[in-house]
Design a protein around this ligand. Structure first.
Ligand SMILES: *Cc1c(COP(=O)(O)O)cnc(C)c1O
Length: 427
C-alpha cells in the first residue's frame, strides 16, 4: 500500500484479503494457536519463522491494525498496546533501564509526566524536563552521558503547545539517541513526525484514532531509521545477545527496520503484558477507516469555536494553535499546515464559579474526563481532575480556576457555537 495516498491507507492498509476471505479484518478471538508438530512451534519460539502462538505476544487482528498505523506514520513496524500509557512506557523502557536518563519536554500529558517523574523514577530511570520553547543550547545542556531517549508530544495535552520536532530530533541525534514523539492529538492525518526526524512515534489510540470513545488502546511505531549498532554502547538491550531470548541480538538479526518492535514484543510484552485485545483492535480499525474524513472536521470545529470564544467578553483568553494570536501559530503552520486537532482551552473571567455555571448549562457539550471523540465534551480541571488544588496552586500550575478544555466533536459547528453562546449568557 505504500504508494497510495494517506486517505487510501486509512481505509485499506494493513489487510488485503485473499480470494473468498472476509472483507473486514476478522476478529481472531483466540488466546492460542495450534500446530501439527513441536518442531513447527519451536521455529516460532526461536524467531526463525513468523507465526502466532499466544495472543499476549502477537495476534493476527492486532497485527493487521498495527501494520495499517505503521503505514500511516511512514514507519517500518508497529505494535498495539493496551493503552497510551503502556505505549509510552514500553517505547522508553525498551531502550532505558535502571541508571538511564531521559530528556523530556515539560509540556506533556499528566499521565506521562507521572510515569516519568514517579514510576520510572522508582525504577532508577531519571528524567530532565525542558521547556518545549527552550533554545538549542538549553536543550543540549539537558543531556548526560546516560541519556538514552528524548520525549515530547507533537501537540501537548492539555497545554496545546506545539513541539519543534526538528529541533528536538537534531539534539537527540547529535547525542546518539532517538526522539520519541507522542502524536496522539494531530494523528498522522495532520502530522507525521517521522518526516521531521522523529525515530519512534506513539499514540493513545483511545483518542482520535478510535475517535468514538469506544476502546482504550495505544500503539508504538518505529521509523526503522535509527542506527542502534552505531551507538551499540548505549543500547546493549538491542545490540548484545538477549540471553532471555535464545541469545538473539535484535539489531543484528532484525536490522534497523525490525529490531525495536521485535524486542519490544518478545521481551516487554512477554514479561509485562499490556496487550490490546483483538476486539479492541477491530474497533480501533473502524475508527481508522474514517480518520482522514473526521480529522478535518474536528479541526474546522475547533477553529470555529476558538474564533467564536476569542470574541466573547466573558472569555479572558483562548488557547488554540490555529489562532493567529497564539504563541504556536507560526510553528503550527510549519508542522500542522492543515490544522492540529479539535481541542481548545479557554479561561472565563469569572473563575471557578463561572466555569461551573457555564458547564452546567451546556446542552451539547457533555462534561467528561476525555478528549478527541465524535461527541463534544468539556472539562474544568479546577472542579474535576485538579480539585485537590486551591486557586493559588492552580494559578501556579498554569491551570487557572476558570480554565475550561473543550474537545470539539463532529457536530455542526453552528450548533456548537449556539450552545456555547447560550451557556455564556447564563453566567
Ligand atoms: C490520553 C493520552 C495518553 C494516555 O493514553 P491512555 O490511552 O489513556 O492510556 C498519552 N498521551 C496523550 C497525549 C494522551 O492524550
Amino acid at each position: 500500500m505504500s504508494d497510495y495516498k494517506l486517505n487510501t491507507k486509512c481505509v485499506q492498509a494493513g489487510y488485503t484479503p485473499g480470494n473468498g476471505e472476509p472483507r473486514q479484518i476478522p476478529i481472531i478471538q483466540s488466546t492460542t494457536f495450534k500446530y501439527d508438530t513441536s518442531e513447527d512451534m519451536g521455529k516460532l519460539f526461536d524467531l526463525e519463522a513468523s507465526g502466532y502462538f499466544y495472543s499476549r505476544l502477537q495476534n493476527p487482528t492486532c497485527d493487521h491494525v498495527a501494520a495499517k498505523i505503521a503505514e500511516l506514520e511512514g514507519g517500518s513496524a508497529a505494535m498495539l498496546t493496551s493503552s497510551g500509557q503502556a505505549a509510552n512506557f514500553f517505547a522508553m523502557f525498551n531502550i532505558c533501564e535502571c541508571g538511564s536518563h531521559v530528556v523530556s519536554s515539560s509540556s506533556i500529558y499528566g499521565g506521562t509526566f507521572n510515569l516519568l517523574s514517579v514510576t520510572m523514577a522508582k525504577m532508577g530511570i531519571e528524567v530532565t524536563f525542558v521547556s518545549p520553547d527552550c533554545t538549542e543550547e538549553e536543550l543540549n545542556a539537558a543531556f548526560k552521558d546516560n541519556t538514552r531517549a528524548v520525549f515530547g508530544e507533537t501537540i501537548a495535552n492539555p497545554a496545546l503547545t506545539v513541539l519543534d520536532i526538528e529541533k528536538f530530533a537534531k539534539a537527540a541525534h547529535s547525542h546518539g539517541v532517538p526522539l520519541i514523539v507522542d502524536n496522539t492529538f494531530p494523528t498522522p492525518v495532520n502530522c507525521r513526525p517521522i518526516e521531521w526526524g522523529a525515530d519512534i512515534v506513539t499514540h493513545s489510540t483511545t483518542k482520535y484514532m478510535d475517535g468514538h470513545g469506544s476502546a482504550v488502546g495505544g500503539v508504538i511505531v518505529d521509523s526503522g531509521k535509527f542506527d542502534w549498532m552505531a551507538h551499540a554502547d548505549k543500547f546493549p538491550g538491542l545490540c548484545t545477545p538477549d540471553e532471555s531470548y535464545h541469545g538473539i541480538t535484535y539489531a543484528e538479526k532484525f536490522g534497523k527496520e525490525g529490531a525495536f518492535i521485535t524486542k519490544c514484543t518478545s521481551q516487554l510484552m512477554r514479561d509485562l503484558g499490556c496487550v490490546q485485545s483483538p476486539q479492541s483492535a477491530f474497533i480501533l480499525n473502524l475508527g481508522l477507516e474514517s480518520l482522514h474524513v473526521r480529522m478535518p472536521r474536528h479541526v474546522e470545529n475547533g477553529q470555529a469555536v476558538a474564533e467564536f470564544l476569542e470574541a466573547q467578553p466573558q472569555v479572558t483568553s483562548v488557547n488554540y494553535p490555529g489562532l493567529k494570536s497564539n504563541k504556536y501559530y507560526e510553528i503550527g503552520q510549519k508542522y500542522l499546515p492543515n490544522g492540529g486537532c479539535g481541542v481548545v482551552s479557554f479561561e472565563l473571567s469569572g473563575g471557578r464559579a463561572a466555569a461551573e455555571k457555564f458547564m452546567k448549562n451546556l446542552k451539547l457539550a457533555a462534561i467528561e474526563t476525555h478528549v478527541a471523540d465524535a461527541r463534544t465534551c468539556c472539562l474544568n480541571p479546577a472542579t474535576s481532575t485538579h480539585r485537590q488544588m486551591n486557586d493559588e496552586q492552580l494559578e501556579a500550575a498554569g491551570i487557572p480556576a476558570g480554565l475550561i478544555r473543550i474537545s470539539c466533536g463532529l457536530e455542526d459547528k453552528e450548533d456548537l457555537i449556539a450552545d456555547l453562546k447560550q451557556a455564556l449568557e447564563k453566567i
